[in-house]
Design a protein around this ligand. Structure first.
Ligand code: ASN
Length: 306
């Protein structure tokens, strides 16, 4: 066993970060249940999952005559859940086989949990408001309940004031180029939005604005102080013709989304939602460099962990 692997379990650092993560999760769940959301169960295996735009390997296994994949995000299942319920959330374990180049970013895990949420009939603006209220609620709760832990990390938590600043993707890109997220994240003192991503930058399910072809009704929330991306989300495509059109643009195999497309053909409600990573939020709240310190059993890109 590598030196330090065993010792980290008796360190105050790990204990305090896990306590904060637990507190964040409690605050998220309570806030959402009090605001009319229903918690649904995570889907761990499914023949169809989020294709993701960036390069993550497929994780799965054969079972009888089919193949299951491990969930990369519950986006497809969230949309379908809205046939039964209007406002859903889930603490969803996601597995993304990230390349080894991402091992040292301090932000990437191969297995993580995101709070994934979806609301039938909602617009992007509705979701921005929910996120701003949720994030300020969670930070207030942690500030109140985790004084000892925050003291240990020497972390002064500033509670941001909604509405958060909105920056259009093309403004940020024109000013700072590809690394805009990193530059702006270091520059800002409170969380802010990047909105209106170009359609070739994101997955097929984020809705293209009908009045602005090529621009999506989506968003990322970015943490300040260099902590980077907190969440992504947006309004969703729900018209089956548009879904298929976007899948074709992205050269996806329609066959790989056969069951999802059957639901879409029968009718999915319009919706909007987002997913926010629990470990990244814990990293931000505690002011940690390495996301590994937010996990009892971290799975880092390029290595095998317990
Ligand atoms: N959960 C995200 C969303 O709702 C999608 C993702 O994690 N890729 O948009």
């Amino acid at each position: 066993m590598k030196k330090g692997c065993y010792d980290r379990y008796s360190e105050e650092r790990l204990k305090n970060a896990i306590n904060v993560k637990s507190c964040i999760r409690e605050a998220m769940g309570n806030y959402l249940r009090n605001n009319g959301f229903t918690e649904i169960s995570p889907v761990i295996i499914s023949p169809e999952t989020d294709p993701l735009h960036h390069s993550t390997g497929k994780a799965g296994f054969e079972y009888y005559k089919g193949r299951y994949q491990l969930t990369k995000s519950m986006i497809l299942h969230k949309q379908i859940s809205l046939l039964a319920l209007d406002k859903v959330f889930v603490f969803s374990p996601n597995v993304r086989l990230e390349p080894v180049e991402l091992a040292d970013t301090g932000k990437h895990l191969v297995e993580f949990t995101q709070l994934d949420l979806e609301v039938a009939g909602a617009t992007r603006d509705d979701i921005l408001t929910i996120v701003e209220e949720l994030v300020t609620h969670v930070l207030n709760h942690v500030k109140d309940k985790c004084k000892e832990e925050l003291d240990y990390f020497d972390r002064e938590l500033n509670i941001p004031k909604p509405p958060f600043e909105k920056i259009k993707y093309h403004h940020a890109y024109n000013k700072y180029g590809r690394i805009f997220e990193e530059v702006l994240s270091h520059e800002k003192q409170q969380p802010f939005w990047i909105i209106d991503f170009p359609s070739d930058e994101r997955e097929f399910y984020d809705r293209e604005d009908p009045s602005r072809p090529g621009i999506l009704m989506d968003m990322d929330l970015i943490y300040p102080e260099g902590f980077g991306e907190a969440l992504s989300g947006g309004e969703r495509e729900f018209d089956p013709k548009r879904i298929v059109g976007r899948m074709n643009e992205q050269e996806l195999e329609l066959e790989e989304f056969k069951l999802y497309l059957e639901f879409a053909e029968k009718g999915l409600p319009s919706s909007a939602g987002f997913g926010i990573g629990l470990e990244r939020m814990t990293r931000f709240v505690c002011g940690l460099n390495d996301i590994k310190d937010t996990c009892l059993f971290p799975k880092m890109p390029g290595t095998i962990g317990l």
